[in-house]
Design a binder for this molecule. Structure first.
Ligand code: DC
Length: 230
């Protein structure tokens, strides 16, 4: 028998920077009529607040005071997540280099992660979400219906990022080094390091086009989509 009101899935897409998570997550969400939530944008918003309030990225207690005083909202739209910090649209600002570096440092703290995870769970609880990040399948939604770990060769990921941001020459070298350092921090932090959940399907996007990755991911999701009544 088919279900007349099929439950909407929780889809977790994790992986390192430059693996293509955001592009794939937003395309999948659009196709399914789900919302795409970029968990990284929340770490970025807190990092921006820390910059604005001149708070050390190493001071967990001070960061937690900031977090508890902050309103961080994700407003999913077709072009990506609009990010509001205390009601102000910071969507562009949080993509800048200083915030990118700060977010990586702010996200190592266990209490900061707990705070983020609690909010991310609230946002995704009803299903119908594609949430992307580093710990969605391992911590935020360990029971997610679909777990994908999107990976790619580090050199390819660096090249993609540099092309996206149209950076060449010496600045490109510096940026590649920063990406490698953020990767290292993500994978080696004591709490919720970046790892594929044991039940995640690893999709390696090295050498694949965006369409090919999308096809693979869609095939995995189709297996889990509940049958709909005709
Ligand atoms: O995905 P992103 O580059 O926007 O993420 C920004 C930072 O936040 C990145 O350094 C890793 C961290 N992050 C995390 O620790 N856990 C998540 N679920 C998402 C992002």
């Amino acid at each position: 028998m088919t279900d007349p009101t099929p439950r909407k899935l929780i889809i977790a897409i994790d992986g390192p920077a430059g693996a293509g998570k955001s592009t794939i997550a937003s395309r999948i969400a659009r196709k399914l009529g789900y919302v795409n939530l970029e968990s990284g944008a929340m770490y970025r918003a807190l990092a921006l607040k820390a910059i604005e309030w001149d708070t050390s990225f190493d001071d967990e207690a001070a960061l937690m005071r900031l977090a508890n005083d902050s309103r961080i909202e994700l407003d999913p739209s077709i072009g990506g997540n609009r990010v509001l910090l205390d009601g102000c649209d910071v969507s562009t600002r949080i993509r800048e280099r200083d915030v990118t570096e700060a977010a990586s440092r702010v996200s190592v703290h266990p209490k900061v992660r707990e705070w983020m995870v609690a909010r991310q769970r609230e946002m995704g609880l009803g299903g119908g979400v594609v949430m992307e990040g580093r710990d969605i399948g391992t911590k935020v939604f360990p029971d997610a219906d679909v777990k994908i770990f999107l990976d790619a060769d580090p050199v390819v990921r660096e090249q993609r990022r540099l092309e996206q941001q149209k950076i060449q020459g010496e600045p490109a070298k510096a940026m590649a080094a920063e990406l490698r350092e953020r990767d290292r921090r993500d994978r080696t932090r004591a709490v919720s390091p970046l790892v594929a959940a044991p039940d995640a399907v690893v999709v390696d996007s090295t050498g694949l086009s965006e369409e090919q990755v999308l096809e693979k991911v869609e095939a995995l999701i189709r297996q889990k989509l509940p049958a709909t009544a005709d």
